[in-house]
Design a protein around this ligand. Structure first.
Ligand code: FEO
Length: 164
């Protein structure tokens, strides 16, 4: 078993990770409409990774005999004017997710629940990567996204992303 409050937070995080998948799928849909299939691919892979995060959290609850409760997933309601708006929204979202992971970690630390702290270590490390990837997209768009050829090459780079 695990601490009740921590179990609730992890259960909420299952929902948040599923929302992240939904959000990135929405980003992918936006880029499909813009005929940028590489960017769409990048966010589809991202959505799949978020599903994996949700499943890791779910499995941890099950392994600790906590019943998992699924809640409604919020509707993504972002409206974008530019490609950069999407990339920035992704970066802000990852910063938010990092804060959520930190909140669960704080609770595990306060409860001296070492196994949950160890479980969360993977997510702490993952969030460094998630924020870096999102920030890199912004920087690349700043440098290369200003003209058609640069955007074409960037789109091709994004198309090459595969699931790890
Ligand atoms: Fe599940 Fe993008 O963090």
């Amino acid at each position: 078993m695990i601490d009740k409050k921590i179990a609730e937070l992890i259960n909420e995080q299952v929902n948040k990770e599923l929302y992240s998948a939904y959000l990135y799928l929405d980003f992918a849909n936006y880029f499909e409409e813009q005929n940028l299939d590489g960017f769409a691919n990048w966010y589809i892979i991202q959505a799949e990774e978020e599903m994996d995060h949700a499943m890791k959290m779910r499995q941890y609850l099950i392994d600790n005999e906590v019943p998992v409760k699924l809640d409604a997933i919020a509707k993504p309601n972002k409206k974008f004017k530019t490609y950069m708006d999407v990339l920035k929204a992704g970066y802000e979202h990852e910063q938010y997710v990092t804060s959520l992971i930190n909140t669960i970690y704080d609770a595990a630390f306060d409860a001296r629940e070492y196994k949950t702290m160890q479980f969360l270590d993977w997510f702490v490390k993952e969030q460094v990567e998630e924020e870096k990837n999102a920030k890199d997209m912004i920087e690349k768009m700043k440098i290369f996204g200003g003209d058609a050829k640069g955007l074409y090459n960037l789109n091709n780079e994004m198309k090459a992303r595969t699931k790890e």
